[in-house]
Design a binder for this molecule. Structure first.
Ligand code: DGL
Length: 255
């Protein structure tokens, strides 16, 4: 039975966690959110590297037997994955924008990446586009408002659809785009609502399922449908208090 640590700036990583829980039904999950520094998309790279180092030191001290760390945050992964691997022997999976499958499946060869400002503008993402979307035109878009909307939706179960559509409208996604890469783990949480604002021919692409596949190949096993047992609880940790919490969240600090 494995123990998997899933990390994000906020609640976005739960979009990856749900795929992982499905594939590892007997595993223990710890979910850590660094909401004291949310949104990561507006933070400088140096700070994010420090936070990731802090996370790794913290988990070594306070969690036991972590078998795998999933940095379920495109911003932290594109900024600090290499840094993270310097500080631990535990296997780490990062989540990066699904440029490759989007470019591969696009009929019009015109795709868009929607991520945080930090992910959209960094060199890791540019390299992904260069390496995997050679034959495509790629629109690079960003939104912090969508992160805020997704957080609000998770904690309060309400969403202002008009405000969401307005935010997407001002991104001016060209009509010939047929794949929209959700390059922030917060966005799949509101994928149905995002779809409602867009023309039908635009397919949304995210990395959640591919990350779960990668985790299975890395841990060399999966625990799917074992005795159809109810899923184990996830232990939630946060670096800032969460108000109106629907989960039990332990307050932690690392630096
Ligand atoms: N969920 C994160 C990502 O995938 C970042 C959101 C934020 O904190 O800006 O990039």
């Amino acid at each position: 039975m494995s123990h998997i640590l899933v990390f994000d700036s906020g609640i976005g990583g739960t979009s990856v966690l749900s795929h992982l829980r499905y594939r590892f039904q007997n595993s223990t999950f710890s979910y850590v959110m660094d909401n004291a520094f949310l949104p990561y998309g507006l933070q400088p790279q140096e700070l994010i590297k420090l936070r990731i180092k802090g996370l790794i030191v913290w988990q070594e001290q306070y969690l036991s037997n972590v078998d795998m760390i999933v940095i379920a945050c495109n911003t932290a992964s594109t900024y600090a994955l290499e840094e993270a691997r310097k500080h631990t022997q535990i296997p780490i999976i990062g989540v990066v924008p699904a440029i490759k499958p989007a470019a591969y499946s696009s009929q019009t060869k015109h795709i868009a990446l929607l991520a945080t400002p930090a992910t959209s503008n960094n060199t890791y993402t540019q390299k992904l586009i260069h390496d995997f979307a050679g034959g495509c035109k790629v629109e690079i878009l960003h939104s912090t408002e969508l992160v805020r909307i997704a957080e609000h939706f998770y904690w309060h179960s309400t969403l202002d659809q008009a405000a969401l559509c307005e935010e997407l409208k001002q991104l001016h996604i060209p009509y010939s785009v047929d794949r929209l890469v959700l390059g922030c783990t917060h966005f799949p949480l509101i994928a149905d609502n995002i779809k409602e604002c867009l023309p039908d021919h635009i397919e949304l692409v995210d990395s959640g399922k591919a990350i779960a596949n990668r985790a299975v190949s890395l841990l060399g096993k999966q625990e799917i449908n074992i005795e159809k047992a109810p899923l184990k609880e996830v232990k939630f940790y946060a670096t800032a208090p969460v108000l109106d919490s629907k989960e039990e969240v332990a307050l932690i600090s690392f630096s």
